[in-house]
Design a protein around this ligand. Structure first.
Ligand code: ATP
Ligand code: MG
Length: 390
């Protein structure tokens, strides 16, 4: 199924005015300029497009000459940012058509050549649905790898020989399963079969790039669609060896707590924390996921209001709301005092009442918290003073 007039009409209607202006200007000067990548893909599948990326036959220095306001964002990759107005929304990235030499390190090509035909630029891209070009000035689709048909069929297919493409750049296997989840597409069988033999390349990819992909996968409507593929193909064992993970749980919870849902079976807070930091998740992400994993287990072991409040309080107030997103049993106690800071009495109050400073004071506060966890109605200054003296 080639591109239909409906596909063309969709694209024509979706291209923003500043993108049209940039393309027209390049075309008037005799260059070809096309939209390519995520925006074209998303418009054709009826979704809201993100950034519009342009590719052109013009060389970077020609682009710079043609436009009044440009930023040399990534000249070594042939990328120039054209500033078409105020604010970052007005920034349009234009990349000169490029071909890639051999990959020897599984991460980036040894050389990049400019001045290749569009067909060659599209041939270096990962998946056919990401290799559809739309010539904005001529209102024509250029789709040498059948990406439009794959898009309509809901299929992800590597451009060219899957195992070769995945071996060149080890991140592509993660992109493939991420897009499977994000777009809710199937992996074409040969494309899937190309993943396992390319895993040694994935092992060489920087952990930042790997965790970026995992983060995007977990943000998909149904992450399990990609996680199950990642497990079946050996991706998970490559990036998170020796861990048992819950591939279905992330689907059921809010995106903000999916990392914890995935790692819940690991159970050991420290191990979760170290694993995530080793994969270059931020300290905040790792700390939160690890605390929540501990919280999930504590909450599920709780048998009454007291043990439930203790469970939620033990991981700290900062994570309490997130914990309730993972296990609704935590919900009813969220409004109760759960941590020392929330006691109606402070160490200072106790010292003013005659208690000496020191370790015993800390222990007293902890025991008062324990009383309040058992019975939240005790949390008034007067009652706690009485309890402290008693
Ligand atoms: P998103 O909506 O996540 O931005 P995208 O498809 O636009 O999706 P980008 O990472 O912005 O993804 O890349 C833009 C385009 O560049 C892709 O559509 C694809 O054609 C190409 N591309 C990006 N990364 C790779 C890669 N690792 N290997 C091959 N081609 C790639
Ligand atoms: Mg993009």
């Amino acid at each position: 199924m080639p591109a239909s007039s409906a596909d063309l009409a969709r694209l024509a209607a979706a291209v923003p005015a500043n993108v049209i202006d940039v393309c027209d200007k390049l075309a008037e000067s005799g260059f070809q300029a096309v939209a390519v990548g995520g925006a074209v893909r998303d418009v054709l599948r009826g979704a809201e497009p993100g950034d519009w990326d342009l590719a052109t036959s013009a060389h970077p220095d020609e682009i710079v000459k043609l436009f009044r306001h440009t930023i040399p964002t990534g000249l070594q990759h042939g990328t120039v940012t054209i500033v078409t107005g105020r604010g970052v929304e007005s920034h349009i990235e234009v990349t000169t058509y490029r071909g890639e030499g051999a990959y020897t390190d599984a991460r980036r090509p040894d050389s990049v050549v400019f001045g290749v035909p569009l067909q060659e630029d599209l041939a270096r891209r990962d998946l056919t649905v990401n290799a559809i070009a739309y010539d904005v000035a001529k209102e024509q689709i250029f789709d040498p790898f059948g990406g439009v048909a794959d898009l309509h069929a809901g299929v992800l297919r590597a451009v060219g020989v899957a195992v070769d493409r995945f071996t060149e750049d080890g991140l592509r296997v993660m992109r493939a399963v991420r897009f499977a989840a994000q777009l809710e597409f199937a992996l074409e069988p040969e494309t899937e079969a190309g993943i396992r033999p390319a895993l040694p390349s994935l092992a060489k990819v920087s952990r930042e790039r790997v965790s970026d992909e995992l983060r995007k996968l977990l943000a998909a409507p149904k992450p399990s669609l990609g996680l199950v593929l990642a497990q079946r193909t050996g991706i998970l064992e490559t990036i998170l060896p020796g861990l048992s993970l819950d591939l279905e749980a992330p689907d059921r919870v809010d995106p903000s707590v999916r990392l914890a849902a995935l790692f819940a079976p690991v159970a050991d807070r420290k191990r979760v924390n170290e694993t995530l930091k080793a994969l270059k998740f931020s300290n905040a992400e790792a700390d939160q996921a690890a605390a929540l994993v501990a919280g999930i287990h504590a909450v599920s072991a709780a048998t009454d209001g007291y043990s439930l409040r203790r469970a939620v309080g033990s991981i700290g107030r900062a994570y309490a709301n997130e914990l309730a997103k993972l296990d609704p049993r935590a919900h009813p106690v969220l409004g109760d005092p759960l941590v020392l800071r929330e006691l109606a009495i402070t160490g200072n109050d106790l010292m003013q009442a005659g208690f000496p400073a020191g370790r015993a004071l800390g222990e007293l506060l902890t025991s008062l918290l324990d009383r309040v966890l058992r019975d939240p109605s005790l949390n008034t200054r007067d009652q706690l003073l009485v309890l402290a003296k008693g």
